[in-house]
Design a protein around this ligand. Structure first.
Ligand code: T5A
Length: 219
């Protein structure tokens, strides 16, 4: 994978349903890459730029206190993404740095497409407008069952004394469609998706991800 890309950095995304351990694994991967002396940047969606973080407050914390229409939701996620790609991801990749992104375009296809029921091809077209040349080299899908995922995020919210956010509060059937949707996307793009069992111990997963990175992303 690496040699075709010359000096461009590698772009790795973490995806999956709620509580799969994306942030935990993204941070572990960053530590290992850092220790190898690789310049690497962690970012997340929605967010990662001042505009993106403002959009995150609208989408997750309902700061406008206005009902967000489903189509506005799609476009706000896409706007946050376009900003992140232009100002953060592409400049980093072009100077040879690696980028690890906690959720990216596949989240819109999974959540707004499979979850909300928007046309899948339309979501993919909107994503491709927003991401331009920033297609991930590798997408790590942390698959987890809903009970375990929600047990984890509920505990995390309890520890931080924070409420579940707008999307976490969606019905169980919504989150089940999201999970299945991700598995469909992994079938559609087998060249970049790798499915990992997010139910397993975090240390074991971190080792498995590291092996995968060595095999698939290092020249
Ligand atoms: N969204 C996002 C859309 O609808 N469309 C889009 O286009 C985009 C980009 C973002 C929300 O926005 C939606 C999806 C989301 O609902 P967020 O706050 O950024 O939300 O958070 P998420 O990305 O959803 O992250 P999660 O809350 O799902 O958690 P993670 O990152 O999967 O899990 P993590 O690492 O934070 O771990 C959760 C807890 O579990 C423990 C951790 O210590 C932590 O307490 N844990 C484990 N426990 C046991 N075993 C393991 N293997 C564990 N790994 C982690």
């Amino acid at each position: 994978m690496g040699s075709e890309r010359g000096n461009r950095g590698r772009f790795i995304t973490f995806e999956g349903p709620e509580g799969g351990g994306k942030t935990t694994q993204a941070k572990r991967l960053i530590e290992r890459l850092d220790a190898e002396g690789i310049e690497v940047l962690y970012t997340r969606e929605p967010g990662g730029t001042p505009t993106g973080e403002a959009i995150r407050d609208i989408l997750q914390h309902n700061i406008t206190q206005e009902d967000i229409s489903p189509s506005a939701e799609v476009l706000l996620f896409a706007a946050s993404r376009a900003q992140l790609v232009t100002h953060v991801i592409l400049p980093a990749l072009e100077r040879g740095a690696w980028v690890v992104c906690d959720r990216f375009a596949d989240s819109t296809t999974a959540y707004q497409g499979y979850g909300r029921g928007f046309d899948i091809e339309q979501m993919i077209a909107i994503n491709s407008f927003a991401i331009a040349a920033a297609t991930p080299d590798l997408t790590l899908l942390l698959d987890v069952d809903l009970e375990e995922g929600f047990r984890r995020i509920t505990e995390r919210h309890k520890a931080k004394d924070s409420p579940l956010d707008r999307i976490e509060l969606e019905a169980r059937s919504f989150h089940e469609r999201v999970r299945q949707g991700y598995l469909e996307l992994a079938k559609r793009w087998p060249e970049r998706f790798r499915i990992l069992d997010g139910m397993r111990d975090a240390d074991i997963l971190a080792d498995e991800i590291w092996e995968l990175i060595q095999r698939e992303c290092r020249d």
